[in-house]
Ligand binder design. Structure first.
Ligand code: FA5
Length: 343
């Protein structure tokens, strides 16, 4: 037995020494000390068949052999782990001398969006619902439902882009088509604003774009008068440009309101003195408004004998121009970064 133990110790130490890596070492350890089939474990199990005396001396030797082998395995294991750690440290080294990554540029909101969100908040606080509507609109909602029949000359006021092969579809010229859509969907009483893109076939200049934003407002209820409309318009103008802002209302024909008005505010570039932007008038036209025409209420399924309404349409893009002192509307849709990065 003792001879066998000495032989096993010799072979085991050699095998441990020869182990090339951690995996190999664990295989050797298992082959020697494995709980069921380990070579030393099997030898130790054989101790019980020896006489008392032999068991005593062989037992002591067996313990020494076991300890020696375990120690050798541990030493080798520690060596492998130290090597592993060294490699990892080299691989994961952080080079603090590497220059920092370039600063990421963050996007920001377009001036139109800033004004749009501000107005959505203002109108929500006054109990208005904010609606969205289709930019590609039917001829019916854009014109006919708004008391502008097919042959009516009022169609010439808003020349739009038609869709090839779809005679009844137009790029909406204003946000007003949502008036009848909202009435048909929600009925009366009603308090909504609609903000979004509009399109017109314009000869563009500093105040006119082919693509611009509008904000529509519509209130339908019992006993609505022109003073309700004026009150709301003044709240908007003062909210945007301060308490000193003057609003000028002048009669204007819009087929979908009766009476209709054209609304202007003091020109910001010349403070009312007259300049290129306001065509020397001192005023900037920013909205159209009026009391909803009974024909439009009828089209929306609302009884004009019981309900009245007022509506207004702001040029949202013009509001952004006023807010930020932009003197050429064409800059806003130009995609010119050196312009846009100022906001
Ligand atoms: C309309 O579009 C009516 N739908 C407004 C309205 C609504 C009247 C409800 C009555 C009741 P108008 O064409 O005037 O009206 O346009 C309203 C505003 O949109 C103008 O005051 C102007 O600020 C802006 N706007 C119109 N055309 C352009 C354009 N080509 N470029 C930039 N802004 C424009």
């Amino acid at each position: 037995m003792e001879h066998k133990l000495e032989e096993l110790k010799k072979d085991a130490l050699q095998a441990v020494k020869a182990a090339k890596d951690k995996l190999h070492l664990e295989e050797v350890a298992n082959k020697l000390l494995g709980r069921k089939q380990g070579e030393l474990t099997i030898l130790l199990k054989g101790l019980k068949d020896l006489s008392d005396e032999m068991r005593k001396s062989a037992g002591q030797l067996a313990n020494e052999v076991k300890q020696t082998i375990e120690e050798a395995i541990n030493v080798k294991r520690n060596t492998f782990e130290a090597e592993e750690m060294k490699t990892r440290l080299v691989e994961e080294k952080i080079d603090i001398s590497v220059p920092a990554l370039p600063k990421k540029t963050r996007g920001h909101l377009h001036p139109n969006t800033i004004v749009q969100r501000d107005l959505e908040d203002l109108f929500s606080s006054m109990g208005f619902t904010v609606l969205d509507g289709p930019e590609l609109e039917s001829d019916y909602y854009n014109f006919t439902a708004l008391n502008i029949p097919e042959t009516h000359p009022a169609r010439d006021m808003q020349d739009t882009f038609y869709i090839k092969g779809h005679a009844n579809w137009v790029m909406r010229t204003h946000t007003s088509p949502m008036q009848v859509r909202a009435m048909q969907k929600y009925g009366a009483p009603l308090r909504v604003v609609v903000l979004g893109k509009c399109f017109r076939n314009e000869a563009t200049d500093v105040r006119h774009e082919h693509t611009f934003y509008q904000m529509e407002g519509l209130v339908v209820d019992e006993n609505i008068t022109f003073s309700h409309l004026k009150g709301v318009l003044e709240i908007v103008a003062k909210h945007l440009y301060g308490d000193d802002t003057q609003v000028r209302l002048r009669p204007k024909f819009y087929p979908f309101v009766e009476p209709g008005v054209n609304g202007e505010v003091t020109c910001f570039t010349c403070q009312g003195k007259g300049c290129r932007l306001c065509k020397n008038s001192g005023w900037l036209e920013i909205f159209g408004a009026g009391l909803v025409h009974p024909n439009v209420l009828k089209e929306g399924g609302i009884d004009p004998e019981k309900y009245q309404g007022f509506a207004f349409g702001f040029g949202l893009t013009r509001l952004a121009m006023l807010q930020y002192g932009i003197d050429d509307i064409r800059l806003l849709e130009s995609g010119n970064l050196s312009f846009l990065e100022q906001f």
